[in-house]
Design a protein around this ligand. Sequence first.
Ligand SMILES: C=C(O[C@@H]1C=C(C(=O)O)C=C[C@H]1O)C(=O)O
Length: 365
Amino acid sequence: MKSHKQIKDWGLGLTTPLIIAGPCSAETPEQIEQICKEMKEENMVPQLFRAGIWKPRTRPGSFEGIGEEGLKWMEIVRHNLNIPITVEVGNAAHAELALKHNVDVIWVGARTTVNPFAVQEIAEALRGSDVPVMVKNPMNPDLDLWVGALERMHAVGLDKLAAIHRGFSDAYDKRFRNKPNWSMPIHLKRVWKGMEVINDPSHIAGRRDGILEISQRAMNFGLDGLMIETHHNPDKAWSDAKQQVTPKALKEILTAIDFKEPLEAMAPDEKLQDLRRAVDHLDDQLLDILQERFAVIDQIGAHKREHHLTVFQSDRWKDVMESRTKKGVDKHLSEKFMKELLYCIHEESVKRQEKQLREAEALKK
Ligand SMILES: C=C(O[C@@H]1C=C(C(=O)O)C=C[C@H]1O)C(=O)O
């Protein structure tokens, strides 16, 4: 897999869990100054200060960001708090301006990640610089698109990379502003070894009282940091008012989180090794059972071929689904898990039987 530099090797003195905080948008020099002041007073200076300078808005008419002027205020923050700064870029012009103002870390937003043209344009604009780039997940849960955006950065020589999980747009589930998909960062870490994923609970929850819970879950899953929108007067913020927290509330949230240790960093103890051996053994049994089940499925397939029957049998399938789901639920397995598992098994069954049919037909010819 592509080699990249992890957050600790970006040369900015950052460590994980990386805490990034700052307002959704830079609004005025006074606003930025006040946030810094309260961060200092609360002894809650993050490792990296964020602010949106250009805001991609769903509909025209809302605040679209202060523009280049805000970058000058950000440079003052760096001086004032003595920490690096990060802003979002959405096109090549933004990227060039960010470099001109020595922004320490650049991030690509979800609405940009979905567009490979825009991502490529940004990558080209950053070519030759050594700036670290964090890529937010695309709006839709498409792992390849996310990985692809990171690859585009890597291909122009940018090797200080990280990802941000900010959740995914969902038409129906309105419990979140952007629904988290915890498997997605785990898959990303699997396909790109060592890729760190920061979590953005502000955009996932969409409301400040949901931030702690989402942050805790992100830490439970082993994500590598948090980006939390912070404003001295959240209710009066020019964008994302509902999801921003004060520096004081940020401190309370961070104090309440139980930060977990990544297990990879230490050797598993005896107890854990024993339990894992038990899991290994059970998985072997599970595979034997599956092998047996598919052997019977193949026999049913042969029977269907002889008797000219279709592979998919809806009444039987409905019965299998309902009875197994109920049995699973009685054994404290979730209904969702049971259905997903059974769908998966059934799909494989009908594919195998259909393949048998195709092969038999090919032999006849
Ligand atoms: C095995 C069969 O073929 C298909 C596979 C099923 C399964 O995996 O349990 C059930 C119904 C069919 O759609 C069958 O007809 O019994």
